[in-house]
Design a protein around this ligand. Structure first.
Ligand SMILES: NC(=O)c1ccc[n+]([C@@H]2O[C@H](COP(=O)([O-])OP(=O)(O)OC[C@H]3O[C@@H](n4cnc5c(N)ncnc54)[C@H](O)[C@@H]3O)[C@@H](O)[C@H]2O)c1
Length: 354
């Protein structure tokens, strides 16, 4: 990891030189420039791939607190890509023009944000504030990654964007949920008072390659346990539901929302709902594993049901998910199975500061 970081720093210097030249080249004047925060994470790395493919110049920013350079290593030699190792809660300086910003930096899995609650609140609050300021200064359009967690343990089902949610601000999950609710609020304020072009996406559970097997989320946890031959843990009685969206579908939704002219929040997720017990059984069948399903106590404030109402995404963006769960699960399982077995047994990330 240290070696990879050193290589990245070296490349960063070289890339900065390339960029400076790029500003002066008139043939590149039309190339759109996008800043992606959280780019070394699961979603940020897929977004980096997509925008490179669309011909953008991608500036990837990450402090690697939960991300991994392996996710973007294949992009480091691309002349349209640069990586900046930076914490977005600190002042952000970007040379040259910026057309778009995607703010995806934030711990996203409960196992992470429960260990680093203050960083989670700071990245949602100070990080978002810094990025909105940058968007204003550069005249860039900014899309912020919010979440279905703003609905908390919802009393309305399925969840429409008009539902205000049922969040416990002082419960353990409050650090993430309230950070995202504040993020939405300050984003709207910049839109209203500073006329910054803003987009807010509420992402429902998404899965796919480059998740971390040990990040505590249901799908990688089940697959990891199946690969290691351990019993599969379901919390509660497994009747709580989730709706899982394959990452390619989500990326398409983000792309469309960014290029739309809609500034209120939009749900993106797959409405195909499943109980966690049935989901565990699907993973068992897919992996051919013979391990048992075991039940453990439900964590505090665990939402009982989740299903996005995607009417808005359908009407405004012409978007709906295309990848069904069987296909998405197979692609994800193939990815994890191909990892070196040392990855299957890696322990969850430990963090040095709180
Ligand atoms: N994956 C999902 O199902 C899901 C659902 C809803 C919302 N989201 C949101 O999408 C975004 C990405 O989630 P993910 O699943 O890819 O998580 P991830 O942990 O894989 O990626 C997050 C990235 O942000 C980086 N980061 C965190 N704090 C930072 C900081 N202060 N400065 C710079 N970089 C920082 C991490 O190092 C990591 O690379 C998050 O904002 C998350 O809240 C994800």
């Amino acid at each position: 990891m240290k070696v990879l970081e050193e290589r990245t720093q070296t490349r960063k210097i070289n890339k900065t030189q390339v960029i400076n030249k790029q500003y002066l080249t008139s043939s590149n004047m039309s190339q759109k420039r996008i800043l992606i925060t959280g780019a070394a994470g699961f979603l940020g790395s897929h977004l980096s791939d997509r925008f490179i493919k669309e011909g953008y110049y991608v500036i990837a920013m990450d402090n690697l607190i939960t991300g991994d350079m392996m996710n973007i290593e294949h992009l480091l030699t691309n002349p349209n890509f640069e990586f900046i190792h930076h914490d977005v809660t600190k002042y952000i300086e970007i040379e040259g023009t910026l057309d778009y910003i995607l703010h995806f930096a934030s711990p996203a899995s409960p196992i992470d944000y429960l260990k680093i609650p203050i960083q989670t609140l700071k990245v949602g609050a100070m990080g978002t504030h810094n990025l909105l300021g940058l968007a204003k200064a550069k005249g860039a359009r900014i899309l912020v990654a919010s979440t279905s967690e703003v609905y908390g343990d919802p009393l309305v089902h399925p969840q429409t964007e008009e539902y205000w949610g049922n969040v416990n601000p002082v419960g353990p999950r409050g650090v993430y949920d309230e950070a995202k609710r504040y993020m939405e609020s300050i984003t709207m304020a910049y839109h209203t008072f500073h006329h910054v072009e803003t987009r807010i996406i509420r992402i429902f559970n998404t899965y796919g390659p480059r998740m971390r097997l040990n990040d505590g989320r249901a799908l990688p946890a089940f697959i990891g346990q199946a690969l290691r031959g351990e019993d599969m843990t379901v919390f509660g009685d497994g009747s709580q539901t989730r709706s899982f969206c394959y990452v390619d579908d989500l990326v398409e939704g983000i792309y469309r929302l960014l290029l739309s002219d809609y500034s209120s929040p939009v749900n993106i997720g797959n409405p195909n709902e499943i109980s966690l017990k049935d989901f565990a059984e699907e993973v068992l069948k897919l992996t051919g594993s013979t391990v048992k399903i075991v039940y453990k106590e439900l964590p505090v404030d665990d939402p009982k049901q989740r299903q996005p109402d995607i009417t808005k995404a359908k009407t405004l963006l012409g978007w709906e998910p295309k990848v069904d769960r069987a296909e998405g699960l197979k692609k994800t399982y193939d990815y994890f199975k191909a990892l070196p077995p040392s990855e299957w047994t890696k322990l969850p990330k430990e963090f040095t500061s709180k």
